[in-house]
Design a protein around this ligand. Structure first.
Ligand code: NAP
Ligand code: MG
Length: 400
């Protein structure tokens, strides 16, 4: 059998710990036997980031802007303990934060539905897709300690005119934080969400806390509203879908009561937190796709979960692990599919579809990783727990 040829390379961003191990196996077992894989490789593992003073992260984002499609493995965001563990030169910033700041855009996260795994919330029949604004707010904030005294926020415009706001007159030690966002980024976030909703014919719900954050969140609300009224209202009406703005606490309550089939647009932090909750309620964090779509039409596919540290330490002790590779497989299939679409390679698009289908069918036939076994209930099928590598081999068998 001849392998599928690619034209443009994918930007490949390797990562850390258990997901780095899965990364190698997915390529070896599920991709390289079928595709003449062309990638431009960037090692975003913590050792390599430290060695390059984190330049490799920015380089990989630049390459993504150049080629258009990237696939990223989960990476460690170092904290104090990691600085000691890896003897780091510095507590490097979150690679996802760096990449998202450079590409701007919105992260769309959707659950991967499998027959036999029912959501914890029984009314959820259709996917809930979360659109997470990927720029700014606390992810691009400055924060620090403050003692007793006046904390102010000052702004100097280009003409040198100054404005100052009193944050708080501190009468004891405490903490402060200042964050920002830009109209430009909020506009592209809004457009990405309206376009995605139209593409997938999903109603769009957008939520912030503008009753409390009147200017900051109020600005998000106003921009969404203006763009909807001027550019999308007619299209939405024609498609028979609604756009609704409401408060974040209201939408949380509505989501729980809904039957799914909604695109939920969230500010950066809300999206970070809520996507983990939604993913878990649909079964597992490892059963969710995640893609960053930039306003210039650049795509970065990733898994939504972390590097699964606990499993990795078992793995390096030689113990068997049953870590779920599905989200990482779908990051690869998503990236290959998009590359195939952009380069007009139908075989590559078909291959990506078949890879996703084989993965789902393998689980539906009863073969799965440990995290799914207790969730799986299907008449006549007894779930069997496989280790990660055997699970990948079972998918390959289906694919063949
Ligand atoms: P995590 O790696 O997502 O794992 C947390 C727990 O969730 C695991 O211990 C495991 O539970 C379960 N889990 C997550 N993914 C799984 C999978 N694929 N298969 C089976 N079980 C899975 O989160 P963390 O332990 O908080 O973070 C570890 C590292 O990942 C940190 O250094 C963090 O900075 C990084 N991180 C990276 C990203 C990213 O790059 N996208 C995102 C989040 C975190 P059990 O132990 O109960 O089996
Ligand atoms: Mg999160």
């Amino acid at each position: 059998m001849s392998k599928i040829k690619m034209k443009t390379p994918l930007v490949e961003m390797d990562g850390d710990e258990m997901t780095r191990v899965l990364w190698g196996w997915i390529k070896e077992i599920l991709i390289e036997p079928f595709v003449d894989l062309k990638t431009e490789y960037y090692d975003l593992g913590l050792v390599s980031r430290d060695k390059t003073d984190d330049k490799i992260t920015a380089d990989s984002a630049k390459a993504t802007l150049k080629y258009g499609v990237a696939v990223k493995c989960a990476t460690i965001t170092p904290n104090k303990q990691r600085v000691e563990e890896y003897n780091l030169k510095s507590m490097w910033k979150s690679p996802n934060g760096t990449i998202r700041a450079m590409l701007d855009g919105t992260v769309f996260r959707a659950p991967i539905l499998v027959d036999g795994i029912t959501p914890y919330i029984p009314t959820w029949k259709k996917p809930i897709v979360i659109a997470r604004h990927a720029y700014g707010d606390i992810y691009k904030a400055v924060d620090g300690l403050a003692g007793r005294g006046q904390v102010t926020l000052s702004y100097t415009d280009r003409k040198g005119e100054k404005k100052e706001l009193l944050v708080h007159d501190m009468d004891s030690d405490g903490v402060v934080l200042a964050m920002h966002n830009t109209d430009k980024s909020i506009r592209s976030f809004a457009k990405s969400c309206f376009n995605y909703a139209l593409d997938c014919k999903l109603p769009l719900w957008f939520s912030t806390k503008d009753t409390i954050s009147k200017v900051y969140d109020g600005n998000f609300k106003a921009i969404f509203n203006e763009i909807y009224e001027t550019e999308y209202k007619e299209k939405f009406e024609k498609a028979g879908i609604e756009y609704m703005y409401t408060l974040i606490d209201d939408v949380v309550a509505r989501i729980v009561r809904s039957e799914g089939g909604i695109l939920w647009a969230c500010k950066n932090y809300d999206g970070d937190v809520m996507s983990d909750m939604v993913a878990t309620a649909y079964g597992s964090l490892a059963m969710m796709t995640s893609v960053l779509v930039s306003p210039d039409g650049v795509y970065e596919y990733e898994a939504a979960h972390g590097t699964v540290t606990r499993h990795y330490y078992k793995y390096i002790k030689g113990e068997e692990t049953s870590t779920n590779p599905v989200a990482t497989i779908f990051a690869w299939s998503g990236a290959l599919k998009k590359r195939g679409e952009l380069d007009g390679i139908k075989e590559l698009v078909d291959f990506a579809d078949k890879l996703e289908c084989a993965t789902i069918k393998t689980i539906e036939s009863g073969k799965m990783t440990g995290d799914l076994v207790s969730l799986f209930k299907k008449e006549g099928v007894k779930p069997v727990k496989l280790n990660s590598r055997d699970f990948l081999c079972a998918i390959a068998e289906n694919l063949n």
